[in-house]
Design a binder for this molecule. Structure first.
Ligand SMILES: Cc1cc2nc3c(=O)[nH]c(=O)nc-3n(C[C@H](O)[C@H](O)[C@H](O)COP(=O)(O)OP(=O)(O)OC[C@H]3O[C@@H](n4cnc5c(N)ncnc54)[C@H](O)[C@@H]3O)c2cc1C
Length: 374
């Protein structure tokens, strides 16, 4: 007979690993299934907001000690117009390659059973237990936590979200000297036709490029090479930043069908965490902190004996406004009609940019749960 574990967690990103660590520390028998075999890159801007730093420190990980680069400024750039503002909160930048591996190691060290190279294919309920099946692995557990991030599990697909016409790319570069110096300690957000691109330094003297573009615009450009050329032609300041830059990998990573604006408000049994619970547009730099927040809240509800549905409602309440605000702005950021307005608004009202940054933040105060659990 296969053993029935307390919990199985599908996905070893920030949400799944944080949750697995918390449950293992509380003495629960947890199995974490992650499809990759080892450290890997992800489509992400690598920005860690102060909420993400807060949660990482709670599980004993200090991004600065892991080599994270401090970020103090954000700049919005369109053509030659640059508006820079100081971030109203502390932030850093750390590669997902390093961050996710540290989190998965921490979950294993806390006592979670981590199985790598296990791609989950199906999740179904049978006789009071969840049956989770991968290519060669099967696990049974009383509770299942779906934290597979950008990838849906068959039968548990998320709806498209309110701003679902974007695809994302990421590639890392080593910038030439003056450019690397000028790009240090800041996030630069470049607008181009049909999308926006974030450039920020990470550890090891590398710069990360992540961008989203409308699917229809990408189809017109035809390929990554076409997109790259089009983007540099639209954004002379980005072209200048990338002069003599050397890519670190041959090809960019890509992700399609991002359901931006999606917020799950209920559960049909499983606990949905991270991007499986809500998806905030990338420019907000808040996806990782939302993933950690969801895991933190789920752990508290689970350990207090609360049902998944109550957690899902509480999480939706915490993030709905931020996701809504960021989704509205993201629509404006990719539309040729409103990019100019946004750029001018930011230049003449730099305070508005600080308000936008503040308006997409998460609540960190810990409301007591209905049961009073902490
Ligand atoms: C272009 C872009 C830029 C972004 N920039 C930022 C940023 O700068 N800052 C920020 O905070 N957020 C950013 N985000 C959002 C951020 O990447 C996500 O919100 C965050 O990674 C969500 O964490 P997660 O744990 O839910 O999922 P993920 O980080 O996606 O982790 C999910 C894990 O599940 C695994 N998995 C998937 N399917 C299966 C399966 N079937 N079986 C087993 N394992 C599986 C994956 O391998 C992965 O390790 C960006 C997103 C995009 C698209």
């Amino acid at each position: 007979m296969m053993p029935v574990h307390d919990a199985v967690v599908v996905g070893g990103g920030p949400a799944g690993t944080y949750l697995a660590k918390r449950l293992a520390e509380a003495g629960r028998d947890v199995v974490l299934l992650e499809r990759t075999l080892g450290p890997h890159q992800k489509v992400c801007g690598e920005f860690l907001s102060h909420e993400a730093i807060f949660y990482l420190k709670r599980v004993g990980l200090d991004p600065v000690r892991m080599g994270a680069v401090p970020i103090s400024t954000v700049a919005l750039i369109r053509n030659h117009a640059v508006t820079s503002v100081k971030l109203p909160f502390p932030a850093v930048s750390l590669s997902r390659y390093r961050l996710d591996e540290a989190l998965i190691t921490a979950a294993g060290d806390a006592g979670a059973v981590v199985r790598r190279g296990c791609r989950v294919r199906s999740i179904r309920r049978h006789h009071n237990a969840w049956h989770v099946e991968g290519d060669e692995d099967a696990v049974m557990a009383r509770d299942v936590f779906i934290a597979s991030g950008k990838h849906d599990i068959r039968g548990w697909k998320r709806p498209p979200g309110r701003h679902a016409d974007l695809i994302g790319f990421k590639q890392q570069f080593r910038l030439a000297f003056p450019q690397a110096r000028d790009a240090s300690n800041r996030v630069e957000l470049f607008m181009f036709a049909g999308g926006y691109c974030g450039l920020e330094p990470v550890e090891g003297g590398i710069c990360n490029i992540s961008l989203v573009i409308r699917k229809s615009r990408f189809a017109d450009l035809g390929s990554w090479e076409g997109l790259w050329e089009g983007m540099l032609a639209d954004s002379p300041m980005l072209a200048e930043r990338m002069r003599d830059a050397v890519p670190v990998s041959d090809r960019p990573l890509a992700i399609g069908a991002i359901p931006y604006g999606y917020v799950r408000t209920h559960s049909e049994g499983p606990w949905h965490l991270g991007d499986q619970a809500a998806v905030i547009p990338s420019f907000a730099g808040n996806g990782i902190s939302m993933a950690l927040h969801s895991a933190h809240l789920a752990a508290r509800h689970y350990l207090a004996g609360q049902p998944a549905d109550r957690f899902q409602q509480a999480f939706a309440r915490d993030v709905r406004r931020q996701v809504h605000n960021a989704t509205l702005l993201s629509r404006l950021l990719v539309s040729p009609l409103t990019q100019g307005l946004l750029s001018a608004g930011a230049r003449y009202l730099p305070g508005a940019m600080r308000s936008v940054a503040a308006g997409t933040r998460l609540p960190l105060t810990e409301q007591p749960l209905v049961t009073g659990a902490r």
